[in-house]
Design a protein around this ligand. Structure first.
Ligand code: SAM
Length: 276
C-alpha cells in the first residue's frame, strides 16, 4: 500500500519541524531506506507496532504502508499536526499517536502483548528503553521483537561475541534469552541533519529463557564482572556472594577476565549462585 502524502521534506518545511538537538532529532527521509527498516521485523500486515519517536513520521509511514497498526509515542508537540495528517491518510485505525515521553508511559498497556517495537530514537533514550525492555524476571516479554536504531558502537556492543572489547553487560543482557543481530548498517549521511557517528539497526527476538536463573542474579554478576573488566574474576567477583564457589564448581579458571567468558558461562555461574 502506498499512502497519498506529500514528500517528507515538504511536510517538515510546512510544519516548521527544524531538527532540535536537545530532542536528539535526526530525521530519515529516504523512502527506500525507511521501507527496508520496516521490513526488519518481518511481515507486518495486521501486526501491531509500537513506535517510539515518530517525529515527522517517515518511519511511521513505512510501517503503515507495510500493513501495520501503529501506536506511536512522540514527545515533541510540534510533530502532532504532521502525524495527524498521516493518521488521516492512513486506513482507519492504522495509526494512533500518543503525545508524551516514552520513558514515562506504560508501553505494554498502550500497545498490548505481541506488539513489535520499532524506533529510531535519540541514543540515550534508546539505550535506557532497551535495558528496560530486556530486563525483569518475567519472560517471554510482552513485545514480539525489537527493531532499534543505535549508534554503530552501541549496536556492536549489543551483538558482541566474547573475547572482544565490545563484549560486556549489554551483550549478556541482550543475548542470554534473546537473539540479537545487526540487521542494517546506516550511514550518517542518511539522516537530516547528519549526526557525527554511524548508526545501525539492531533486531532482537526473544528466545526461551534458560531455567533456574534469576535476572537479578545475572545482573549483579555481570555488573561486578564488567565493572572491573581488566581485573581477574577472582578479584572482581569477590563481592558477589557465592560467585567464587560457583566458578570452582563449574571449573572456570578464576584468573580469567570477564570478557573471556561466554554468555552461557555467565548463565551457568548465575544458576549455580541461585542454587545455593
Ligand atoms: N522516527 C523519526 C525518523 O526516523 O525520522 C525521528 C527520529 S529522531 C532521531 C528521534 C525522535 O524521538 C524525535 O522526533 C524526538 O522528538 C523523539 N523523542 C526523543 N525523546 C523522546 C522520548 N523520551 N519519548 C518520545 N519521543 C522522543
Amino acid at each position: 500500500m502506498t499512502l497519498d502524502l506529500p514528500p517528507l521534506r515538504e511536510v517538515i518545511a510546512r510544519h516548521g519541524l527544524s531538527a532540535e538537538k536537545a530532542l536528539g532529532q535526526n530525521f530519515l527521509l529516504d523512502g527506500q531506506l525507511l521501507a527496508r527498516i520496516a521490513r526488519v521485523p518481518g511481515d507486518l500486515s495486521g501486526a501491531r507496532v509500537f513506535e517510539v519517536g515518530p517525529g515527522p513520521g517517515g518511519l511511521t509511514r513505512a510501517l503503515v504502508e507495510a500493513g501495520a497498526q501503529v501506536i506511536a509515542v512522540e514527545r515533541d508537540r510540534r510533530c502532532m499536526p504532521a502525524l495527524a495528517e498521516l493518521a488521516e491518510a492512513a486506513p482507519p485505525g492504522a495509526l494512533r499517536v500518543i503525545e508524551g515521553d516514552a520513558l514515562a508511559i506504560d508501553a505494554a498497556q498502550e500497545a498490548g502483548t505481541g506488539a513489535h517495537i520499532v524506533a529510531n530514537l535519540p541514543y540515550n533514550v534508546g539505550t535506557a528503553l532497551l535495558v528496560r525492555w530486556l530486563g525483569g524476571e518475567s519472560w517471554p516479554p510482552w513485545w514480539a521483537s525489537l527493531t532499534l536504531m543505535f549508534q554503530k558502537e552501541v549496536a556492536e556492543r549489543i551483538v558482541a561475541a566474547p573475547d572482544t572489547g565490545a563484549f560486556g553487560r549489554l551483550a549478556v543482557l541482550a543475548q542470554w534469552r534473546a537473539t540479537a543481530r545487526i540487521a542494517l548498517p546506516v550511514h550518517r549521511s542518511a539522516f537530516v541533519p547528519p549526526p557525527k557517528v554511524m548508526s545501525a539497526v539492531v533486531h532482537i527476538v526473544p528466545a526461551p529463557a534458560p531455567e533456574g536463573v534469576s535476572f537479578r542474579t545475572l545482573e549483579t554478576l555481570t555488573a561486578a564482572a564488567f565493572g572491573q573488566r581488566r581485573k581477574m574474576l577472582r578479584q572482581s567477583l569477590k563481592p558477589v556472594t557465592g560467585a567464587l564457589a560457583a566458578l570452582e564448581t563449574l571449573g572456570i579458571d578464576p584468573t580469567r577476565r570477564a570478557e573471556t567468558l561466554r554468555v552461557e558461562d555467565f548463565v551457568a555461574v548465575a544458576r549455580a549462585i541461585d542454587r545455593r
